[in-house]
Design a protein around this ligand. Structure first.
Ligand code: FES
Length: 217
């Protein structure tokens, strides 16, 4: 559904390759440092700084993300992961092998709008949108979508790994059992504004989800 086009220089693109070293460096600095490092990117991408300062919505061109990859933008000074999941990724998200390892596979806790309370935690299965802040102590989990026998953790199926204290999330932002993080990654309000564009910060028509009601950021 998404046409690949060269990303502008102002958007962070995480390709579906193994560990992004720059991203690890960002994660260990914590949220504030990471957010600051991304601000110049978003300032250029969005209409004006006053809109960002007011917490206004942010439009995203999905053509910038390739299958299996993701981009990272800022919304309300928070990193927002926008991931383009492949069919293989979606199969893993529904696999028993994964589900039995998750703490909240059915999104019981209010960490997402009602329209994302489903197995893929999003409006459409392919596109996932998450606040990229670990629900343990606020580090930025690294995007590590490729399966591996040992890296970054044994029997890794692809997802997000928080190097700070070892919390693990799948590619729907669902947290694993027996890790420090207690909740799934938050899903912000968002809607499609076209076939290949989304707006973070606005609900779809006839939805009134209040992001401030989320259980834990
Ligand atoms: S902040 Fe992520 S595991 Fe501690």
């Amino acid at each position: 559904m998404v046409n690949a086009s060269p990303p502008p220089s102002n958007v962070r693109v995480d390709k579906p390759t193994r560990r992004d070293l720059l991203y690890i460096a960002t994660a260990v600095t914590g949220v504030a440092g990471a957010a600051a490092s991304l601000v110049p990117l978003v300032d250029q991408m969005n209409p004006d700084a006053s809109t960002l300062a007011a917490g206004g919505p942010v439009d995203i061109d999905l053509g910038q993300v390739e299958p299996g990859g993701q981009i990272v933008i800022l919304w309300r000074k928070k990193p927002i992961f926008v991931v383009f999941r492949t069919q293989e990724n979606l199969q893993v998200l529904q696999s028993r092998q994964l589900l039995i390892e998750l703490a909240d596979p059915d999104s019981k806790y209010l960490q997402q709008p009602p329209y994302a309370k489903n197995w893929h935690r999003s409006l459409t299965p392919e596109i996932g949108v998450f606040v990229g802040i670990c629900t343990h102590l606020g580090c930025i989990p690294q995007f590590d979508p490729l399966p591996s026998a040992s890296d970054p953790a044994p029997n890794w199926l692809g997802g997000y790994f928080c190097a700070c204290h070892g919390s693990k999330y799948d590619l729907a932002g669902r947290v694993f059992r027996d890790v420090p993080a207690p909740y799934n990654l938050p899903v912000p309000p968002y809607r499609f504004t076209g076939d290949t564009t989304i707006r973070v910060g606005e609900n779809p028509p006839n939805e009134d989800f209040d992001f401030s009601t989320i259980r834990q950021m």
